[in-house]
Design a protein. Structure first.
Length: 177
């Protein structure tokens, strides 16, 4: 099984993102997605599912998600889901979470199958290199660092961002949509 590497994912400058507080950083990401999809006429292409839901998860829903997985959600991801249940940034760029009106774009799940020596909380699609690549938190890493699983490159597990809000920032800024 592959370990963490730095072979494919290029470095990213988070300086601008770090000038904002976490909550503001996440709101700016969501606003940017909302604006881009609306102005490009793409808001309604997701089969009636809003790419940016208007509501977040309740505390009860978040607790149920955590108890169902047996792990606490990383704090920034939890805060994100409390405001927006999920996020569709573009084709193959998604932050999974909770469903909207009974429909889901994907649910986070705990994996011990990616690597024998690690557990991950898989929480989204990152198809910048191949469909099927995933965003995940390495549950053995403190602080909620985000990694990308690149299944056609080894597989490789590469660092993507130090936190969830920085990963969101990076995905929104790198989106070619």
């Amino acid at each position: 099984m592959a370990a963490h590497s730095n072979e494919v994912i290029p470095p990213f400058d988070f300086a601008e993102a770090l000038s904002y507080r976490t909550a503001e950083r996440m709101r700016l990401c969501v606003d940017r997605v909302r604006h881009r999809l609306s102005s490009d006429g793409l808001w309604d292409i997701f089969l009636g599912l809003p790419p940016v839901p208007s509501d977040g998860a309740s505390e009860g829903e978040l607790q149920e998600l955590e108890s169902g997985h047996g792990v606490p959600l990383p704090p920034e991801y939890r805060a994100f889901l409390a405001n927006w249940r999920y996020l569709i940034i573009g084709d193959g760029l998604k932050v999974w979470g909770l469903g909207h009106e009974g429909v889901s774009i994907g649910w986070p799940w705990v994996s011990d199958r990616h690597r024998a020596d690690a557990r991950y909380l898989v929480f989204g699609d990152y198809w910048a290199y191949a469909d099927g690549d995933q965003l995940m938190f390495d549950l053995s890493e403190a602080g909620g660092a985000v990694f990308v699983y690149l299944h056609e490159h080894g597989p490789l597990y590469e660092p993507f961002a130090p936190t969830f809000s920085l990963a969101s920032w990076r995905m929104v800024r790198e989106d070619r949509g």
